[in-house]
Ligand binder design. Sequence first.
Ligand SMILES: Cc1ncc(COP(=O)(O)O)c(C=O)c1O
Length: 355
Amino acid sequence: MASNNNIKVTKATASKIGAVDFKNLEFGKYFTDHMLVADYADGKWGEPEVVPYAPICVDPSISAIHYGQSIFEGIKAYRMDDGRTAIFRPKDNYLRFNKSARRIEMPEVPERLFMNGMKKLLEVDNQWIPKEYDHAMYIRPFMFSTETTMRVAPSSSYKFIIICSPVGPYYSAPMKIHVEETFVRAVPGGVGFTKTSGNYAASLHPTAVAKEKGYDQVLWTDAVEHKYVQECGTMNVFFVIDGKAVTPDLLNGTILEGVTRNSVIQVLKDMGKGVEERAISIDELVEAYQKGKLTEAFGTGTAATISKISLLGYKDFIMNFDPEVMPWADEIKAKLTAIKEGEAPDSHEWIVYVD
Ligand SMILES: Cc1ncc(COP(=O)(O)O)c(C=O)c1O
């Protein structure tokens, strides 16, 4: 497997960068000039290459399209004040990527391919990494099956690709969340803990139904009793109850183990705040709200870091939260942003430098 330095690079003949308005970067709209590609066949990974970003030609019968053997990750890299490029916790995403791969019977991607490929791509498209405060490069590694077959079986061949998209500050208006009791996202023994593409396809209709009712997203509940809360859309969820942060535990594999979730738990511990990972029932939330003990609710994820919840609707019961009075959410976001952008010490070694 190639090291970072000897990955073959074929440069694009012209850059698209001039057409990009870096002051108005819409999430996921622009892609850089290059991508990293590696193919798996005959039981082994081939050499990765950085090539010009371009459409890929695939056969209509590839099994990824029909049976959904497809996984992805989402990571951010930042431009530090000294000009270096810093990637936030990529090893965690690498480990989660292979957890997803194993669950849907795909080959694992070697660490050197994933990490060195990502670093090489960031080196080649270095001038695309935004310099402005709170801007970042969103990195999207993904893998899909490429065998041409109608059989429902693990593919014998796969493509691993990394693409990058410069992104601006993620302004998210406080969210209105519907506690979902009809549709389910994940069941024990299923694929809820993975980032397999089908999880996201299955969430589109329930989210559309919630949007028709005036909500932004759903808060999933457990598939058996619709009693315990799980996570929101593309975010894990935290509540502040009685001066302690609580988030659903991961025990039965129905929740994605968010890298931001883990970072928030650590930051809370570093701040000396109480934090618990445990089952949280909707009844507990309603009761705490009625007693004035549920004071904050927010989602956590790579895109937004922390996204405040202003309204939580459960059946006909509406819980309102004032986004202007969420000191825990504000403090956590400030602490995490400072670490990511090099303004606070990286005491947990979360940052990986490209150069
Ligand atoms: C379903 C789901 N939950 C939670 C998250 C948050 O995970 P992370 O903090 O690793 O971005 C994501 C985003 O990847 C997600 O898709």
